[in-house]
Write a protein that binds this ligand. Structure first.
Ligand code: SF4
Ligand code: SF4
Length: 200
């Protein structure tokens, strides 16, 4: 006759009084531990659309689509490997975060396992090229504080958001290529800024 090991006997007696180690899932919802890495989710109010998460994602699970004045950021959960690089390298630290949600099973199309958010670009008032997402520029301006006043585009855009300067739409778009000195005080992309400074 083989006797149970003392260690197993101890665990069995302990389980009688303390209950089993396993959980009653799926009858009762499972609560993962705090640092569990689950579904990665964009938080639109905290994301500024910089694209750093897209750059560092090793699985190619984050996609960026720039169309006109809109940047679309998409996280594909069917490709995500839950490494946490996007969260660790997020510019704002809160734009994308891994949640505790582990239940990604679906009977539908796996391509539908995704989340999309959109960010609006700030456009150059001369050539209409996208400069960067508006939220990103505002974030930079706030981080720089008074130093932002050394950059005309930053200063103007920041003041526009405070209704202290005319919005872009109320300024006539520049169509000719002749830059005037006054063009320096406009929201410009780096290329138009260089031309405006050089030619005026
Ligand atoms: S957790 Fe890793 S794989 Fe998933 S989206 Fe973030 S960086 Fe990409
Ligand atoms: S703010 Fe964060 S989540 Fe948003 S695009 Fe930049 S790195 Fe990604």
């Amino acid at each position: 006759m083989r006797y149970p090991k003392l260690r197993e006997l101890k665990e069995a007696i302990r389980a009688i009084f303390k209950g089993p180690y396993t959980q009653d899932f799926p009858r009762k919802p499972h609560k993962p531990f705090d640092r569990f890495r689950g579904r990665s989710e964009f938080h639109k109010d905290d994301c500024v659309g910089c694209g750093a998460c897209f750059q560092v994602c090793p699985a190619g699970a984050i996609e960026i689509q720039d169309q006109g004045n809109i940047r679309k950021l998409i996280v594909h959960w069917d490709l995500c490997i839950f490494c946490g690089q996007c969260q660790a390298n997020c510019l704002t630290q809160k734009g994308i975060m891994l949640s505790n949600d582990f239940d990604l099973a679906t009977t539908g199309d796996r391509k539908e396992l995704k989340q999309e958010i959109e960010k609006e670009f700030l456009l150059c008032e001369c050539c209409q090229e996208a400069i960067a997402p508006r939220d990103q520029i505002l974030w930079v301006a706030k981080r720089l504080g008074p130093l932002m006043f050394s950059n005309a585009s930053l200063m103007l855009f920041y003041n526009q958001n405070l209704d202290l300067a005319s919005k872009s739409s109320s300024i006539p778009q520049k169509e000719d290529k002749e830059f005037l000195r006054s063009d320096r005080v406009r929201v410009l992309c780096p290329r138009c800024r260089r031309e405006a400074v050089y030619k005026s």
